[in-house]
Design a protein around this ligand. Structure first.
Ligand code: APR
Length: 307
């Protein structure tokens, strides 16, 4: 009996609810601060069920009490980037919003697992963990699955092969200092460096790092939501089905990768209890260096917060 709540009924939130509804969990609750918005979208999605053939109960609400009993709460509330903005530019506004969202999650859905999607991802996930007071392993962020999806898509395009055969790995902060890992990226089991020359890999890595910004420049307002919602659903399924998938996630580090007390993108085992294990990979020195810089950006962001 699965109940999922999605906080924020904007582009990412509503697209996520659409994808989740098609998987037929028992119930999905979508909340937003704007009156009528989640209710209207929920009604639309209920009617889509009659055409698509799903019986999921989708409800829209402005009342947090309705998230009670959720197994999983997905946070997508807040403001998105505009052209020229970095994810870090969103810290002040989104940390305030998520502080409030998280205390309501703690009040009404104290037994839930929490997946944060709001940017700047690693910093806001930290805010969500602190403000819920939940054990760190019950709170994680969605970023690496999206970044790896972007990397995989560019690799498939370059090789003119099916995306289904590409398994990519991206770790680090969800920002300009993310670290795509070609040595842990494979095409049907073949390591990427055996298939693509180094200089092409460098170009694909750069495009991956700028993948979100490239879309924002084209959209002019708002940021990506189709690939983000697909990534959210992959992680949500791992929690709801307790499938223990190995996926990159923003997880709370306690010494792994030489980091302590921050959320950071790393490969994890994801199941019904949240982050069940963090996997430590052997990295090249240049990759460790970017990770160190990336962790400093996250620490600087956290130090700006009043928590
Ligand atoms: N409580 C609930 N919902 C809120 C609150 C709040 N305090 N503040 C804002 N919202 C809602 C907005 O009303 C809006 O409907 O969050 C929604 C955000 O939707 P969009 O503006 O469409 O943004 P979206 O593209 O969905 O991105 C949301 O996800 O990927 C990240 O960077 C992105 O941080 C951003 C988040």
């Amino acid at each position: 009996m699965a109940k999922i709540s999605v906080i924020g009924a904007g582009n990412v939130g509503a697209t996520t609810v659409q994808r989740l509804a098609e998987l037929e969990p028992d119930e999905i609750v979508m909340t937003d601060i704007v009156e009528g918005l989640p209710q209207g979208k929920a009604l639309d999605l209920m009617q889509a069920g009659a055409i698509n053939g799903y019986d999921t109960q989708v409800t829209g609400t402005n009342d947090y009490a309705d998230i009670a009993g959720s197994n999983l709460v997905i946070i997508t509330a807040g403001i998105a980037r505009k052209p020229g903005m970095s994810r870090e530019d969103l810290i002040k506004t989104n940390s305030k919003i998520i502080g409030d969202v998280a205390s309501n999650i703690a009040k009404y859905a104290p037994d839930s697992i929490v997946m944060n999607v709001t940017n700047p991802l690693d910093i806001i996930t930290y805010v969500a963990m602190k403000a819920t007071g939940f054990e760190p392993k019950k709170v994680f962020g969605m970023s690496g699955v999206l970044d790896a999806g972007r990397f995989a898509s560019f690799i498939a395009e370059e090789l003119n092969c099916s995306k289904k055969d590409v398994e990519a790995m991206v770790i680090g902060g969800h920002g300009d200092l993310m670290v795509p890992l070609p040595q842990y990226t494979t095409v049907s089991g073949v390591p990427l460096p055996e298939l693509i020359p180094d200089e092409t890999i460098v170009r694909l890595v750069e495009r991956t790092v700028n993948g979100g910004a490239e879309i924002i420049e084209l959209l002019k307002q708002g940021s990506a939501f189709y690939a983000p919602s697909a990534a959210i659903v992959r992680m949500a399924e791992a929690v709801l089905k307790d499938s223990k998938r190995i996926l990159p996630a923003s997880a709370y580090l306690e010494g792994q990768y030489g980091q302590e007390g921050i959320y950071f993108g790393v490969p994890v085992k994801l199941g019904a209890k949240g982050i069940e294990k963090i996997l430590e990979l052997k990295l090249e020195e240049s990759q460790c260096e970017i990770l160190r810089k990336s962790s400093e950006t996250i620490r600087r962001g956290i130090s700006q917060l009043k928590i």
